[in-house]
Design a protein around this ligand. Structure first.
Ligand SMILES: Nc1ncnc2c1ncn2[C@@H]1O[C@H](COP(=O)(O)OP(=O)(O)O)[C@@H](O)[C@H]1O
Ligand SMILES: [Mg+2]
Length: 344
């Protein structure tokens, strides 16, 4: 990475009693980056975020901030902003008072606080709502107040724990857009926890994938989606066809095929559905399959097929092309480019 490392985790582990919530997490977070921690529920994302923020102590390993060991520092000494799951606003304070709260704790001057609060309210689009209490606001508005409060004292790092999980789908999309804009405008480092694959891919400069307290992979959205390091990551990030290698045939299900490099060392070949198509004459890699079912989805149809070895696979057909969707029972061949497949 060309950019400067701001935070570094070195072999960080966390135990609760005998339970290993995190094992051997090492990663570097660059200044100004948008890093997502992505994984299923219970994979250790929140635990890692609370270790970064200084709300819990690490059991082993070290955390560094700009090269300095911050492992023993309190949350206050680190001074990162935090937006929790749910809104965690003070119910008896108004919007303006909620946002002013961390600034008052820091004993900033009255005029300065008033200026900053006005600026934050404008930034998150809540002008006119200054004097309302949280319960008079919608979920999206409450989450904007939480964001404004966390950003009010200009932290160098903002930690966000599934901030949009309580919002409905449309509002979620809108808040994601706003978060991207805020990140672009502020240049603050964002570390964002989510269990939503699309959210992580859409927002992040890099994604760290967690499962069972271990980091499975760290990379750009494209790297982790197109070149997953293992089966967990491949399946967690979206639909994928995983077909057993047939060593005798040098291919799959009795058919010789061009396999990805180093396939010999693995047992499966994986191809995302969007990289598969119905074979046309001249296609090099052709695998015979029978259509089991098709599902009309509007702009596309999802085709479910079975190989001669009885393995299921899926592909999408673009409904804009005018090519009719093959009926269940049809025997045909599917094709893909070897470069779009990888061994697992
Ligand atoms: N304070 C705690 N005491 C005991 N176990 C905990 C505590 N916090 C988290 N855990 C356990 O650690 C694991 C990871 O939890 P968490 O980091 O909250 O997962 P995630 O945020 O990925 O859903 C879970 O099995 C959870 O039950
Ligand atoms: Mg969590």
């Amino acid at each position: 990475m060309a950019s400067t490392t701001q935070i570094e985790a070195r072999s960080v582990g966390k135990k609760f009693g005998k339970f290993h919530a995190l094992r051997d997490i090492s990663l570097e977070i660059a200044e100004g980056e948008f890093l997502s921690l992505l994984g299923p529920s219970g994979s250790g994302k929140t635990t890692f975020l609370t270790l970064l923020g200084g709300y819990e102590d690490v059991t082993s390993g070290a955390l560094l901030l700009e090269g300095q060991d911050m492992t023993g520092w309190s949350a206050n000494q680190r001074g990162f902003g935090m937006v929790f799951q749910g809104y965690a606003l003070f119910p008896h304070l108004t919007v303006a008072e909620n946002i002013a709260f961390p600034l008052k704790v820091q004993k900033r001057g009255k005029a300065q606080i008033a200026d900053r609060v006005a600026q934050m309210i404008d930034m998150v689009g809540l002008s006119g709502h200054e004097n309302k209490r949280p319960r008079a606001l919608s979920g999206g508005q409450q989450q904007r107040v939480a964001l404004a409060r966390a950003l009010a004292y200009e932290p160098t790092v903002l930690l966000l724990d599934e901030p949009f999980s309580a919002l409905d789908k449309n509002l979620r999309g809108q808040m994601q857009e706003e978060l991207r804009r805020l990140h672009r405008d502020l240049g603050t480092t964002f570390v964002f926890v989510t269990h939503d694959q699309e959210e992580a891919l859409a927002l992040s400069s890099r994604v760290a994938i967690f499962n069972h307290g271990e980091m499975q992979q760290l990379g750009t959205p494209e790297e982790v989606y197109e070149r997953p390091a293992n089966r967990f990551t491949a399946e967690f990030l979206g639909d994928i066809n995983i077909l057993s290698l047939d060593p005798a045939a040098g291919g799959i299900a009795g058919t010789r095929l061009d396999l990805p490099p180093n396939a010999d060392a693995f047992r499966h070949v994986a191809i995302r559905p969007e990289h598969m198509r119905l074979a046309e004459e001249g296609d090099g890699n052709q695998l015979p399959a029978r259509v089991c079912d098709s599902v009309y989805l509007g702009s596309k149809s999802r085709l479910l097929l079975e190989t001669r070895a009885g393995e299921e696979l899926m592909l999408y057909l673009d409904n804009g092309t005018g090519v009719p969707t093959p009926a269940p029972g049809t025997d045909l061949s599917i094709a893909w480019d070897t470069g779009d497949s990888f061994a697992l």
